[in-house]
Design a protein around this ligand. Structure first.
Ligand code: ZN
Length: 237
């Protein structure tokens, strides 16, 4: 497993539901944003189906989740928060969705893109996560890179863009780790903004400590205390 210790100037996190970005990459992107990286979040669905509370309606959840996601993004230090507003649970790897991801990549020009690992085999995975991951990989290569794909975007003033690396979270076999010792508390603090999804996540709570423990276990073979792991795919230069 390689240690990633560089910092790009731009990074984008593309995620299915409110809170996925923080769970998957919150330590790394908050560390990078604090040191000057421009972070863009692209939230693909409204997250309006994820509730066990029978009194909750989809409309109420949508408003609440958007507010919570904004607060979490502020804690992380996100500069641009884009919301594509697909319906939760109905995200397909469609051409329309691909076109929107490509447009955002061409607009914000991230060096590194974070997303869900769609190749996970050993555990359950939400279909929105799978469809996000596969669409993001397609968007990075070759669609955002090559000008004959979605030519209208080029005609309207955007230019092609080559993403250098994708960092997939939730991988069966991660191949990189980022030292997040300086940002572990920021990550969990950002997650605590998602009160309707993760209630009871206060400083020092059992949940807080178990989240820290997971990142401590990830870095057990390394010299730093807390780590975030990913499966990295690099573009050919
Ligand atoms: Zn999710």
């Amino acid at each position: 497993m390689d240690i990633v210790d560089y910092r790009p100037e731009t990074a984008m996190v593309i995620f299915a539901h409110p809170d996925d970005a923080e769970i998957g990459s919150g330590g790394t992107v908050s560390k990078w944003s604090k040191n000057g990286t421009e972070i863009t979040f692209v939230q693909c669905t409204t997250g309006n189906s994820g509730s066990n509370d029978l009194k909750m309606t989809s409309e109420k959840i949508e408003i609440l989740r958007q507010k919570e996601q904004k607060e979490a993004a502020n804690v992380i230090g996100v500069k641009n928060l884009i919301s594509l507003e697909y319906e939760d649970g109905k995200l397909k790897a469609s051409d329309d969705f691909l076109e929107q991801i490509v447009e955002n990549i061409r607009k914000f020009k991230p060096e590194v893109v974070f997303t869900h690992d769609h190749f996970r085999k050993n555990s359950f995975q939400h279909r929105d996560h799978r469809n996000t991951g596969i669409t993001v990989q397609d968007a990075v290569y070759p669609f955002a890179r090559d000008h004959l794909h979605f030519e209208n975007q080029i005609k309207n003033g955007l230019s092609t863009h080559k993403v250098k690396e994708i960092f997939f979270w939730g991988a069966d076999e991660p191949n990189i780790i980022v030292d997040i010792t300086e940002s572990i508390n920021t990550k969990i603090q950002a997650l605590s903004m998602h009160k309707s999804q993760i209630p009871g996540l206060s400083v020092g709570s059992d949940l807080w400590n178990s989240m820290k423990k997971r990142h401590e276990d990830a870095s057990i073979k390394f010299k730093f205390k807390y780590g975030e792991v990913f499966r990295r795919v690099k573009a050919r230069s």
